[in-house]
Design a binder for this molecule. Structure first.
Ligand SMILES: Cc1cc2nc3c(=O)[nH]c(=O)nc-3n(C[C@H](O)[C@H](O)[C@H](O)COP(=O)(O)OP(=O)(O)OC[C@H]3O[C@@H](n4cnc5c(N)ncnc54)[C@H](O)[C@@H]3O)c2cc1C
Length: 384
């Protein structure tokens, strides 16, 4: 229970960063209100590899057993050709030695595990329409006064737009669109199994894997010169991927109504705070799916913000940004370099990527990969 004289914080967005912020701030005695645009905490989504500093934050929150229960039992990442034949493979065991302690799980499962342990007040189906320092007008016309406003509303943050200016000033488009969705199909699910299988042709990638109880999840990625999203998502996906072979026709015939579809972008802004408003997670530092680590950094950012606020409000936002931003920038840089691995631009590059997969079974190569492609972000949790 918050103390009656507790400071009031509004957290906008019940995603990974928002829920983690709520968790730490309510335990530090803040009176927390979370508003979320969606009617409930978003479920499902796409598979994320969760490791690094966010994993350590989850350990400190006592959340790891709940995450282990939700772990997707992926046994390998397999590159296949247009007839579904294996081209190359990296085993989960080899991958785990590159990414220490990695837990693969659906983003929605991470959010659900966080939500289960947050006691704050929630208002779903609600956004913000004006933020003037601590004075907030909500989308339903009601207002509130807060000591702190945390914008945790993701890569297209409304709080950022209202307080810092248009997204176009901060968003770096990485030249790709992505779609993710899940659906039930026991037959296809059994056929694909727990191998994350992916088919890559120049500038396009399609991946899928069984999740549980006959369900499947799929990810599509393609290059697009235009940052604007198509009006007809289903039509656009059919046009882009219809010729790909393998399970593409099945996936395209099973597209559900609630597809996640977005541009692939990073967010880079000089300051993450203004007055009583501070941003956390993708809202201020999206690294993109090319980098991975976004959920991990979102949790680390929420933890560091709460830790700095507890250490003393004066300068807390600056200290938070000083600790987090170098790791975020470093990971963004890594993400931009990784585009060519995840969405190779030519058949030669696809072959090179597949060769790296095959070689990754060798410990010496794994050590090299770990040193050269994994961003070093572990230092952020240490207060100097
Ligand atoms: C395909 C894909 C694969 C990825 N793979 C990985 C991976 O392997 N590892 C990893 O660590 N990360 C990965 N990420 C990144 C990761 O999902 C994000 O970085 C992470 O979810 C960011 O957390 P967040 O809380 O800042 O934003 P989000 O998780 O996006 O949450 C934002 C929340 O704010 C809500 N919201 C939005 N606008 C408003 C508004 N106006 N008012 C109120 N609420 C609002 C949204 O509904 C949502 O609930 C991947 C991302 C994608 C797209």
């Amino acid at each position: 229970m918050p103390k009656s004289n507790a400071q009031r914080v509004l957290v906008v967005g019940a995603g990974i960063a928002g829920l983690t912020t709520a968790w730490w701030l309510e335990r530090a005695g803040w009176d927390v209100l979370v508003v979320e645009r969606a009617p409930a905490v978003r479920t499902g989504g796409y598979l994320i590899d969760f490791f690094g500093p966010g994993h350590e934050v989850a350990r400190r929150m006592g959340l790891l057993p709940a995450l282990e229960l939700r772990r997707a039992p992926i046994t390998s990442v397999t590159s296949v050709d247009a007839r579904g034949r294996r081209r190359s493979e990296i085993s989960a065991a080899a991958y785990e030695t590159v990414a220490d302690g990695v837990i693969s799980l659906l983003r929605g499962d991470l959010a659900a595990a966080l939500r289960a342990d947050v006691r704050a007040a929630f208002r779903f189906g609600t956004s913000v329409s004006a933020v003037e320092d601590g004075r907030v007008t909500f989308s339903d016309g009601s207002t509130g006064e807060f000591d702190l406003v945390v914008g945790a509303d993701g890569v297209h943050s409304r709080v950022r737009e209202l307080v810092f200016g248009p997204s176009s000033s901060f968003v770096r488009y990485l030249g790709h669109h992505t779609a993710a969705f899940s659906f039930d199909d026991p037959e296809l699910s059994a056929r694909i199994g727990y191998r994350y299988q992916m088919l890559t042709v120049p500038h396009r990638m399609i991946g899928c894997y069984a999740v549980r109880d006959g369900a499947m999840a799929a990810l599509m990625l393609h290059r697009s010169r235009s940052q604007a999203l198509p009006a007809d998502l289903v039509g656009a996906l059919r046009e882009r991927f219809g010729d790909l072979g393998w399970v593409a026709p099945s996936l395209l015939s099973l597209l559900p109504a609630d597809i996640y579809y977005d541009e692939v972008s990073q967010v880079d802004m000089p300051s993450w705070h203004r007055g009583k408003v501070v941003l956390v997670g993708d809202a201020c530092g999206a690294v993109s799916l090319f980098a991975g680590h976004g959920a991990s950094l979102a949790m680390a950012g929420a933890f560091v913000l709460a830790e700095e606020l507890a250490a003393g409000p004066d300068g807390a936002f600056s200290r938070y940004q000083a600790r987090m931003k170098p790791a975020v920038s470093h990971t963004q840089e890594f993400g931009r370099r990784f585009i060519g691995w995840m969405a190779p631009s030519s058949r030669l590059r696809i072959s090179l990527r597949d060769m790296a997969f095959r070689l990754s079974e060798r410990p010496v190569v794994r050590r090299l990969i770990r040193g050269s492609v994994m961003p070093d972000v572990d230092g952020v949790l240490t207060r100097s």
